[in-house]
Design a protein around this ligand. Structure first.
Ligand code: ATP
Ligand code: MG
Length: 187
């Protein structure tokens, strides 16, 4: 699965609807300090189901996730809704078999202030778990080792064996099996 397009609206500093085409090959994001480069990467993690306050730079606990919603500036009022949509290119059919009919898969996550997040896949509302399963198999999830943020390289080198094993499992694409096993055990 390849990232094809990212659309943001009301997410952090991206208050106006913004669309980014992610083309074949390496993509670089450049710009002055504070222009929103890290916010973009956070949007990508967020739409894939990230819930860690630290990796999204939001306040820990309760309504901390509301911090991803545009908070307003001296000139612009705050918003109550943030939405991120990610278009995936599935022409190589790397997504789980249930998506074999789809050349493109649209994953979206929205949050209303005070009401938490909702997720959808191809316009149909789904559970967080469904989004996580889609990405866990493809080894491209919110925690994917393919997304390396500032300071992460040193963290990987210094990781405990158990943590490093988890990274290797994700890179090898088998962590989806663990998610499925845990879900089966809970039934
Ligand atoms: P650097 O080069 O320093 O790493 P950057 O391009 O990664 O910078 P970001 O950290 O992505 O910049 O963006 C920071 C900006 O986003 C700040 O100006 C901050 O005020 C703004 N911002 C973050 N959250 C919100 C929010 N909820 N509402 C409005 N603006 C926000
Ligand atoms: Mg940054």
């Amino acid at each position: 699965m390849k990232f094809a397009k990212l659309r943001l609206s009301g997410f952090k500093s991206f208050v106006e609807p913004t669309e980014l085409l992610i083309r074949e090959g390496l993509t670089g994001v450049v710009g002055p300090n504070g222009c929103g480069k890290s916010n973009l990467l956070e949007a990508l993690r967020w739409v894939m189901g990230e819930s860690s306050a630290r990796s999204l730079r939001v306040a820990a606990g309760g309504s901390g996730m509301d911090d991803v919603i545009f908070a307003g500036t001296a000139k612009r009022p705050s918003r109550d809704l943030a939405e991120v949509r990610l278009m995936l290119d599935n022409r190589a059919r790397r997504a789980p078999a249930e998506f074999n009919a789809d050349e493109e898969i649209e994953v979206s996550r929205a949050i209303m202030r005070g009401e938490g997040s909702t997720y959808s896949l191809n316009g149909r509302e789904v559970r967080l778990k469904d989004v996580q399963l889609l990405f866990a198999d493809a080894a491209t999830g919110a925690h994917s080792p393919a997304l390396v943020s500032q300071g992460r390289v040193a963290a990987i080198i210094n990781a405990k064996p158990q943590e490093r094993r988890q990274l290797l499992e994700e890179a090898a694409g088998i962590s989806g099996l663990n998610v499925r096993r845990r879900e089966a055990e809970l039934r």
